[in-house]
Design a protein around this ligand. Structure first.
Ligand SMILES: [Zn+2]
Length: 681
């Protein structure tokens, strides 16, 4: 019932780099309605990537040939359009590196991604674009609210990219940003392509669910278990051998290897140098300057509140679990690799909730259909599956989205839900092509994907999910709706490009739905009988919701604090020893010797650096937003419509505090959050 490592998910960084997010230009020869071409050969992909960069360069040169003194808001709009066109044209060639099943395509795409990233750094730090943005600020001729917000983003973006520095210093910051992109790419590639396994004996396989064992490779000595997110839960909750669990935990904690530890160490130094050159005391200060939290002090204060109140609770939970373990004929202390197994056992015996029994109610097909059904009702949209799907890999499903009331088409999305070699290793929403107003006045239809790693099904059987996996899907679909239902005029202000410490709020709010009895009945259907979850099981699951709050939240506070610490303590801070020191201080378990979990902490190298606290920060907003659904009805279409209009559609055009105030009719209040995690203020 526990997440393997970090928070439920991340919103993946946009596939492209400029402005908000990427997309692909319509390619006339294609049959797919989206206009996206996922079938280019490596050479074609490289050629379209180079062509897109050449086109962007020529377009920018043309726009910027005139002196900045003559610029006005239309000039900035032309710059914005050039960036959006570039993102559209490079989204697929630069995005397949962690999606394609073909190794050569992934390699070509990774080259493209690197070129796109480097070129984007050059554009963002271009002093001529910065001068235009400053000139337009002075003119104040941008229409409010979207135009004015766009100008603001360009000024801030330019300053933060070094566009205001002298040429010599700017040369150095540009090189450092490019070095950073390179480190982040290699860190992610290491995780996507690494194959980590543990070997178990036939005796050790006995306690594992038969459906799970059926997916494992058999050898003369037993079985080979892949060690990744798709196997973590099933293995750690059910494996009865402490020695086997320990081997799994160590293998899980060494993913990414020493090389990724070095990459993170190097990134921390590069970020620190960049922050100083750009006038900030630390990378954390640099990152927070454009977030809601604004300063590291405000983040510290939230993390300390959560940690101080919940660590004692975590310690009490562990003490109780230790007593339980000892009562089961297993003397000695409770170790990290014992936690999931004994918690699961305790839940089974004390609360009579069996994770395998719960899984029987969540066969994937029913979960997908019913989750999509809830979103359709709630947000007034209609999804239709497209067959045959035109995608990047077999098994990926494609859907169209339209507005139910007007029947107008809105966009498309893909579901890519199972692991395969070389694929992105987490669970996230990938905004592929953002919406925006095109020069002819039409609205470009957005395209998004959910890319995940659900457990593979055993031959001839459907995958059965646990409750946590259902919640993750519901959460990610919330991001997908945020990036798809945006009506923002500009790509830079599109959907999930809101302040980064607000981006999780809509999805975290939606997670609450997956704890409501009526909704749980809707998404469940016993694989044999078709019956929904019975009331008594639902009541027991809900009773368990807060059973491990202490451990969960103190872990979250630890991850966030680690992220803040390594990004605010200078270039020399040791990323490995800091992990172990803080873990000992902030969580009930010391780190496991021989592991280096920071090497697979993808958030720190995937856009959440000095930003992991955002999960906690947005949760405060999420719980308050949910109070209106609680009051006025979970599936009340009026509230759903208000949520779509007030929270999702404006994207970054409106500041998060205003979005929330518009929806609630009052300013945000943290009370609901503190109540939810058992802290009474
Ligand atoms: Zn998320």
């Amino acid at each position: 019932m526990r997440l393997p490592m970090f928070a439920a998910c991340l919103t993946a960084v946009a596939l492209g780099m400029l402005g908000a997010a990427p997309a692909s230009s319509p390619m006339p020869s294609l049959p797919a309605a989206t206009g996206l071409n996922f079938h280019q050969k490596p050479q074609e992909l490289a050629a379209s990537c180079d062509a897109a960069i050449a086109t962007a360069k020529a377009t920018y040169e043309k726009i910027l040939a005139a002196s900045a003194d003559k610029a006005n808001f239309s000039t900035l709009e032309a710059i914005e359009k050039a960036g959006a066109d570039f993102n559209d044209a490079t989204a697929v060639p630069g995005g397949l590196w962690e999606l394609s099943p073909d190794k050569a395509v992934r390699a070509a795409s990774s080259d493209c991604f690197q070129k796109v990233s480097n070129y984007s750094v050059e554009v963002q730090s271009d002093p001529r674009i910065y001068a235009v943005a400053q000139r337009v600020t002075a003119l104040a001729d941008a229409p409010a609210p979207a135009g004015a917000k766009l100008v603001e983003y360009y000024v801030i973006g330019g300053r933060r990219a070094g566009a205001g520095l002298d040429p010599q210093t700017r040369k150095r910051t540009t090189a450092l940003f490019q070095q950073l992109n390179d480190l982040e790419l290699k860190f992610a590639q290491m995780l996507d392509n690494e194959v980590v396994t543990v070997a178990i004996t036939p005796a050790e396989a006995k306690s594992l669910p038969p459906n799970f064992v059926a997916t494992l490779k058999k050898t003369a000595q037993g079985y080979i278990v892949p060690v990744d997110e798709s196997t973590y839960g099933q293995f750690m909750l059910n494996e009865s051998s402490s020695a086997a669990r320990k081997r799994f935990v160590i293998a899980y904690g060494t993913r990414g290897g020493v090389k990724n530890v070095q990459r993170l160490q190097e990134a921390v130094a590069v970020r620190d140098e960049l922050a100083h050159m750009l006038g900030y005391p630390s990378w954390a200060a640099y990152q927070l300057d454009v977030k809601m939290a604004k300063t590291p002090d405000r983040v510290e204060s939230l993390l300390n509140t959560v940690s101080e109140k919940l660590l004692p609770k975590a310690q009490r939970e562990i003490a109780a679990l230790t007593v339980f373990k000892n009562s089961q004929g297993s003397p000695g202390p409770l170790r990290r690799w014992d936690y999931g197994y004994y918690e699961n056992k305790l839940i089974k015996s004390k609360f009579a909730v069996d994770d395998q029994a719960v899984r029987q109610y969540f066969p994937v097909d029913h979960v997908i259909t019913s989750v999509l059904g809830i979103y359709q009702k709630l947000l007034g949209v209609t999804f239709a599956e497209i067959a045959p799907a035109d995608t990047w890999a077999p098994g990926v499903r494609e859907y169209s989205i339209s507005d139910t009331a007007s029947n107008k088409p809105i966009g498309w999305f893909y579901l890519d839900l199972y692991p395969r070699p070389g694929k992105f290793s987490h669970f996230a929403n990938f905004p592929i092509r953002p919406g925006r107003v095109m020069p002819d006045g039409t609205y470009q239809k957005p395209v998004s994907a959910i890319v995940g790693n659900w457990p593979l099904p055993a031959a001839g059987k459907p995958t059965l999910l646990d409750h946590e996996e259902v919640i993750t899907f519901f959460h990610e679909f919330g991001h997908l709706m945020h990036s798809t239902l945006s009506t923002s005029l500009y790509e830079t202000l599109y959907g999930t490009s809101v302040r980064p410490d607000f981006v999780e709020a809509p999805s975290q709010m939606l997670e609450n739905f997956m704890w409501q009895p009526s909704i749980l009945k809707e998404v469940s259907s016993n694989v044999k009988t078709g019956e929904p979850l019975p009331d008594d099981l639902i009541n027991k699951m809900i009773a368990l919701k807060h059973v491990a709050d202490g451990y969960d939240w103190s872990s979250q506070a630890f991850y966030a604090q680690y992220d803040m610490k390594i990004h605010s303590s200078g270039p020399k801070i040791d990323v490995d020893t800091t992990w172990f020191d803080l873990q000992k201080k902030m969580t009930p378990f010391p780190g496991t010797p021989g592991t280096h979990p920071e090497a697979s902490f993808g958030h720190l190298m995937g856009g959440y650096d000095a930003g992991y606290y955002g999960y906690l920060w947005s949760k405060v907003y999420a719980q308050d937003i949910f109070t209106r659904f609680q009051k006025e009805g979970l599936e009340n279409p009026e509230v759903g419509a208000a949520y779509r209009k007030d929270i999702l559609e404006p994207g970054a055009t409106v500041e998060p505090d205003v979005l929330v105030q518009n929806f609630l009719g009052r300013p945000m209040n943290p009370e609901a959050f503190y109540r939810d995690i058992g802290i009474t203020q």
